[in-house]
Design a protein around this ligand. Structure first.
Ligand code: ZN
Length: 172
């Protein structure tokens, strides 16, 4: 694997760096206790950018399906992960703390010359996980099969309905 596991934060942001690929779930050790199964992988895309105030930042997108344990019936459930995070780089913990009381402040991350991509991914996944995951309706495996059968068609029809050709990211 030729993929560099680290980025130089400020340099990556300033130069508009980009990394993308697939990250095996087994290689995200801090997620292990939260996941019901470790097979599979996440798609990630990390981009160097600037926030609207011109500060150097990282944009991290993650997609994948995680297996969690339902806290009601303890069966496995699919959790679709879809993260699009903007992390504004900070030079010190003090800079991060200064923003801590401001609810409108962006997410901050301490920049360094060697920022492990793995930790950025782990942090964002951990923030996205539900505190107590639960099936909408427990007990019928037919439900989850139904979900799986329906979803490819739902995705297809969403694609057909979507406006084409603007090439921009669609943000919430
Ligand atoms: Zn359940």
């Amino acid at each position: 694997m030729s993929q560099q596991p680290y980025i130089d934060g400020f340099e990556f942001a300033a130069s508009g760096g980009a990394r993308a690929g697939r990250w095996p779930l087994r290689d995200l050790p801090r997620l292990r206790s939260s996941l019901a199964a470790l097979d599979g992988e996440l798609e990630y895309a990390l981009r160097g950018t600037h926030d609207p105030m011109g500060r150097r930042a990282l944009q991290l997108k993650l997609r994948g399906v995680l297996k969690l344990s339902c806290q009601r019936c303890l069966e496995t459930m699919d959790f679709p992960l879809d993260v699009d995070a903007m992390l504004v780089l900070a030079t010190s913990e003090a800079e991060i703390d200064a923003d801590a009381d401001d609810p409108a402040a962006p997410d901050r991350v301490l920049a360094s010359r060697e920022m492990p991509i793995r930790e950025l991914i782990e942090d964002e996944v951990l923030l996205s996980l539900p505190f107590a995951p639960r099936h909408e309706r427990c007990g019928t495996h037919h439900d989850s099969l139904g979900e799986q059968r329906r979803s490819p068609f739902a995705a297809l029809s969403a694609m057909l309905d979507a406006p084409r050709g603007d090439g921009h990211d669609r943000r919430r």
